[in-house]
Design a protein around this ligand. Sequence first.
Ligand code: PMP
Length: 407
Amino acid sequence: MTLSQAENGPGLMAANRLQHLQASYLREILAVAGRRNMISFAGGLPAEACFPVSLIRQLSTDQTASELLQYGGSQGLDELLTVLRQRSPMPDNHDVLVTNGAQQGLDLILRAFVNPGDRIAIEAPCYLGALQAFQLAEAEVISVPALGGVSEEYEADRLAVLESLFAQQDIKFFYAIADFHNPTGASYSLKMRHEIVRLCEKYGVFLIEDAPYRELRFVGKSLPMLADLSPARTLLLRSFSKIACPGLRLGCVQADKKFIGQLLKVKQVTDLHTQLPGQALLAGLLSHREFADHLQQLRQEYLQRYMAMSESVQLHLPEWVTLRPVEGGMFIWLELDLSGSRLSGQIDELRVAEQAIEQGVTVVPGSVFYPQKQVSAAFRLNFSHESVANIDLGIRRFSRVLAMLER
Ligand code: PMP
């Protein structure tokens, strides 16, 4: 033993794959979000007031039944599997596996199908939890600009970039959020969905479709999922965090039965199975006759919060800040067009986010959602967590920070 080991205790080196994992800036910002009087647009939290507490209380599920306290099957509790299969009719070749949230589903997919160095295509900006999961899996992440439609021209342009990536590189998976993207809030048009699936089929790319916000559509018509359009190639992640509550930590993977078979092997090794009392509770909740009303109320509430944020942004933020309208989900993406402002060059987004904290509001700088942390001149704001009154107050606080930039 060397002298320094004796002084510092034995060193334990983290595994190589951890070296790739970057600390989450979001975690730091969320730590301050809980401070008194802080208005938080930073997290991805659902509204606590909308948790289906009264329905949960009514449920007859006996959480102490001995079969719920015993070990269970790795695929999930039969009762919940039956509800899930009925709730969203799936293609004949598909089945489901219950997971501890969609996040575990993603981890299981990566562990089952991705070798270090395998290439995963993503849109940038990208959901941070997915970026981190790809880093941990030591995948090579290759990004294309966001695909979610603004105009047909924009879409055609972006699809050309995606096709050239698929043509030039051996891509194993494309990670897609078709409905209410995190962080941009954007959704794919119907044409974009068909085109993505066509390209994946043409170039032999598999799809991971992440759909935690899909049921939070408050305007417009629901469009088919990539999993509906390409059931043989798509592994679909569902989450119950946003439509029930995140503390339950429940989600599922839906995919071709042979893929589910592989995922099951990894699930067994990881944690044997997801806890049973929560699964029983979710089965009761999803099949409760009032659950559809709960979802409707949730969408109404989020629509109101979104409208409040959108109006407040139009009213209080400078005209060089653009909000792209969303049709659901929990986030908006504010883009700063500095050429239209009195500012020249770039802004320091991290500094702006810090100044926002000093003003009593948290926002997330767009750059954290890029694999290479490039400058983006954008901010993600969550509208689901704060009340309508706080939303207006928070945007006014943020406007003071942007006004300071112009001085
Ligand atoms: N995917 C996306 C796009 C998300 O935004 C989140 C949660 N913020 C997750 C997956 C993880 O969801 P869960 O709580 O089901 O693990």
